[in-house]
Design a protein around this ligand. Structure first.
Ligand code: FAD
Length: 473
């Protein structure tokens, strides 16, 4: 037995085979039978690159990295992992904050070669393979003038983002990413292919819309797309002495925002940057976003000149691969005075110049969907916040993480019930339980017992299977 330790406190796990044996078996059983599926082990030159994930604090060494090209190959890899009780990590974009898409000593199922996106402009739908990135989806849609709402950084994976919910610039107008999800093809823990939608296995479809990768490996998503005309983007930066004034003015303006307008702000120790994104009728655009540039005397000001595609990549290099990150987030009903004090105190002690608090406006179409419709929890929230320290030197790990936990902890105490599992660097039962609340957690646990009773898919914000509970049908 090989003990596998996990820095993020997932507890020790074990696999029946040593790493070398596991690699040899997988190579024999998978690569030999399916030549287009590559299996990479520690002795191969590409291993060092392929084992890396986005967050530089995560440094793990899987026994084998399996890179399938078809759903059938995914199914075989899952069967082998189950047969040998191997630890299995499933990876799309590799952006999990706690590094849940890799592991020590087990198998990484790296779906990045399965990244095809096929848009059907007539039906306004898109099929997206389980390893595609947001950039693949956005670019394919743009050619047809269509969008599926997703996140704001183009190198994030569609799969991880969607399975947790998916929020971004278009969510107030078109809903979360899961609100445009029509169906999913996935491979279950038994290696079985399954199709689920509102009409087929509806309980599973409920669970995967927010329940993360707990129920299987998604090989294909089918989404609704929406026509998107010209957009208008504004961005202003304000100096430190204006933070308080800007926050109070922002709060009043945002309360009146129509759903075609989405705003966000980022605060570091020195700068506050406010962004406004308009995707409604062009006539009103300027008048609606201009006030966000007059909240105080701005240091820099930018309005227009950016397409939706450009907006979707503008911060890509800021959140570069390999830097060190931690995140703690939550939902707010309002930016009240207490929250403002919490934000001001937090950024005053930010541990590095790039460490930030980010706040994204929610509501609109997200809140049109009833809370019970999906596993995602937090439909009533007006804002999502995230405390995100960013640093480069490993010696700063504990100092930066401590800031994220403390500053985030203060905001969490003022936040609404529910949380977004996708942007929590901490893991453990409490994180999932608190995110979903008791009723949804129990329903998810029953679903997990039905589809993954041995918890093969445990490298995620994990739902422990509870066989005694009966899943809703
Ligand atoms: P991965 O690390 O590959 O996977 C994350 C989790 O999903 C893992 O548990 C993994 O096992 C599971 N998984 C991956 N692929 C599959 C699959 N095909 N089938 C089943 N399970 C799978 N979220 C937003 O909503 N909006 C944003 O704007 C946003 N911006 C972000 C920007 C950055 C820079 C980062 C790091 C994160 C951002 N997030 C955002 C959070 C993001 O949604 C999560 O980090 C998400 O998990 C990333 O997905 P991934 O596929 O890249 O990650």
């Amino acid at each position: 037995m090989v003990e596998i330790k996990n820095k993020w406190g997932l507890g020790s796990q074990s696999t029946a085979l040593g790493g070398g044996m596991l690699l040899a078996r997988i190579s024999k059983e998978l690569e030999a039978a399916e030549p287009s599926c590559t299996v990479i082990g520690p002795h191969q030159p590409e291993y060092e690159t392929l084992r890396r994930v986005w967050n530089g604090t995560v440094d793990r060494r899987p026994a084998a990295i399996v890179r399938p090209r078809t759903a059938c190959q995914v199914a075989k890899a899952v069967q082998i992992a189950a047969e040998y009780s191997a630890l299995l990590a499933v990876r799309c974009g590799g952006h999990s904050f706690p590094g849940l898409s890799t592991c020590d000593g087990g198998i990484v199922l790296d779906l990045s070669a399965m990244n095809h996106v096929v848009v059907d402009p007539l039906s306004r739908t898109v099929e997206v393979e389980g390893g595609a990135l947001l950039g693949h989806l956005d670019v394919a849609g743009a050619a047809a003038g269509l969008v599926t709402p997703a996140g704001v950084i183009s190198h994030t994976g569609v799969a991880g983002l969607t399975l947790g919910g998916g929020m971004g610039w278009l969510s107030r107008r078109f809903g979360l990413t899961i609100d445009s999800l029509l169906s999913v093809d996935l491979i279950t823990a038994q290696g079985r292919a399954l199709h689920t939608s509102q009409d087929i296995e509806p309980d599973l479809f409920w669970g995967i819309r927010g329940g993360g990768g707990n129920f299987g490996v998604v090989t294909k998503f089918r989404f609704k797309m929406h026509p998107l005309g010209p957009v208008l983007v504004g961005r202003w930066s304000y100096p430190r002495q204006a933070f308080d004034t800007v926050l109070r003015g922002y709060r009043d303006l945002a309360a009146e925002a129509p759903r075609e307008l989405t705003t966000a702000f980022t605060m570091t120790s020195t700068t506050m940057s406010v962004s406004a994104f308009w995707c409604g009728s062009p006539e009103n655009a300027s008048a609606v976003i201009q006030p966000y540039g007059s909240l105080a005397r701005a240091d820099t000001s930018m309005i227009g000149g950016q397409t939706y595609l450009e907006l979707q990549t503008r911060n890509d290099s800021h959140f570069a691969w390999g830097r060190r990150y931690y995140a703690k987030g939550g939902f707010l009903g309002d930016i009240d005075d207490q929250v403002i004090d919490g934000l001001l105190d937090a950024v005053a002690t930010a541990p590095t110049p790039d460490s930030e608090f980010y706040v994204l406006q929610l509501g609109g179409a997200i809140s049109d969907v009833d809370e019970a419709t999906t596993a995602y929890s937090g439909r009533a929230a007006k804002f999502y916040w995230i405390a995100e320290p960013v640093w480069d030197n490993p010696v700063d790990d504990s100092r930066c993480i401590a800031w994220g936990r403390k500053a985030g902890g203060r905001l969490a105490a003022m936040s609404q019930a529910g949380n977004y599992v996708n942007e929590q660097a901490d893991t453990g039962k409490d994180v999932s339980y608190n995110a979903y609340g008791p009723e949804k957690y129990n329903r998810l646990a029953a679903l997990k017992a039905r589809f993954d009773p041995s918890n093969l898919f445990r490298l995620n914000q994990n739902i422990e299977p509870k066989p005694s509970l009966v899943a809703h049908r």
